[in-house]
Design a binder for this molecule. Structure first.
Ligand SMILES: *Cc1c(COP(=O)(O)O)cnc(C)c1O
Length: 373
């Protein structure tokens, strides 16, 4: 039986291998194993792509988020104990960064149409003690709109975007990662721009914040052997920077291919029990995940698995229900809970053959949602 993997990184990265191998060899032969021109070059490439002034390459996406929040505290923009609005429907790393920084996560439920933070709920929130917001551009769709922009401006909130899943997505023509004060990127191998290991980046507009983040990522040194902060070692590996520079050169193609595959799913899946993701009318989607929703999910996934199609769930247990956050276990986030109970991520990547997408769609169209049919 033919199988359809959910992820196939080997296949995905194969076309770029000659360029990646050359880039990696260049670093190995240079003797510059920490920092150096590859990291600086990657940071410049990120700034140029986003039209933003500062980029700091870091170790991974969680560290990027932590460094931004710690940096905001160090420069006096936030203080320990401040509330940070965060979508209930996100990956746990968004919330870990907040609690690790001594800040207080305040969850906002998801929108059933965007699956992102529901901006229409913002007005209902008691804003007392809340000084920041972390929009998460989940699954590759921008979490930004006029309501959010107005709310942030009215309350002078510090905005840190979790852009781990949406590099290259736009709202009103503007790239995700450029709406707020700072943005965190992850280049975990499965992300749309994936390194050959862990990697991340911070993008920001303000020099003081950029300086603080850069120092914090390097033991807190603002200059050699001078520790301004009690920092960390969260630097970007130059081998990863070299790989990422190759990938970034191909980002347009990667996004176009993912969109073509998402469109193929849309035009071929016709099933009353399978709800397709909404198409944003005011921006673009980069389809880090193609998330459909269905009742009786286990039956659906088992049926797909029986037909060779591997799927995944993002995410079955939202952060506020994880054991480490038992203090939030009594909060109610009905839309997030409904998404968690019904979401299924179908295979999608720039290298998934279009014929596979069509075959998977046809398998889905033959699905019988209950035994009696
Ligand atoms: C992947 C991811 C992170 C964490 O990035 P790492 O590089 O794995 O540390 C944070 N937030 C979201 C939404 C993610 O998808």
């Amino acid at each position: 039986m033919k199988t359809y993997p959910h992820e196939d990184l080997q296949r995905r990265d194969l076309p770029l291998m000659p360029e990646i191998e050359e880039a990696v060899l260049r670093v190995l032969r240079s003797g510059r194993y920490v920092g150096g021109p590859e990291v600086a070059g990657f940071e410049e490439d990120m700034c140029r792509y986003h039209g933003t002034r500062y980029c700091i390459g870091v170790s991974n996406g969680l560290d990027a988020l932590r460094l931004i929040l710690r940096g905001a505290i160090e420069i006096g923009r936030l203080k320990p104990g401040d509330g940070v609005l965060v979508p209930a429907n996100t990956y746990v790393a968004s919330v870990l960064a907040i609690s690790d920084s001594g800040l207080r996560p305040v969850f906002v439920d998801a929108s059933a149409s965007t699956l992102n933070l529901d901006t229409s709920l913002l007005e209902t929130i008691d804003i007392e003690g809340i000084h920041a917001i972390m929009p998460v551009h989940l699954y590759g769709r921008a979490c930004w709109d006029q309501t959010l922009a107005d709310f942030v401006a009215r309350h002078n909130l510090f905005v840190v975007e979790d852009n781990a899943q949406a590099i290259g997505a736009t709202w009103n023509g503007q790239l995700t990662g450029t709406f707020g004060d700072a943005a965190a990127f992850s280049f975990y191998p499965t992300k749309n721009i994936g390194a050959a290991g862990d990697a991340g980046a911070v993008l920001c507009k303000d020099k003081d914040l950029a300086d603080a983040v850069r120092a914090l990522a390097n033991y807190g040194c603002d200059r050699r052997y001078h520790n301004l902060y009690q920092g960390f070692n969260c630097r970007l590996d130059p081998l990863q920077a070299a790989v990422l520079r190759v990938k970034l050169r191909h980002i347009k193609h990667i996004i176009a291919q993912r969109n073509e595959r998402a469109e193929a799913y849309r035009s071929h899946i016709h099933h009353p029990s399978v709800l397709l993701p909404e198409i944003p009318t005011d921006g673009t989607h980069v389809y880090h995940q193609f998330v459909v929703r269905t009742g009786n999910r286990d039956r659906f996934r088992n049926y797909l698995a029986d037909n060779g199609v591997s799927t995944d769930i993002h995410y079955a247990t939202p952060p506020y229900l994880q054991p480490c956050y038992s203090r939030f276990a009594n909060i109610e986030m009905p839309v997030t809970q409904a998404i968690a109970d019904t979401c299924v991520s179908l295979p999608i990547s720039e290298a998934t053959p279009l014929s596979n997408i069509i075959e998977i769609s046809e398998i889905i169209n033959r699905y019988k949602p209950c035994a009696l049919q």
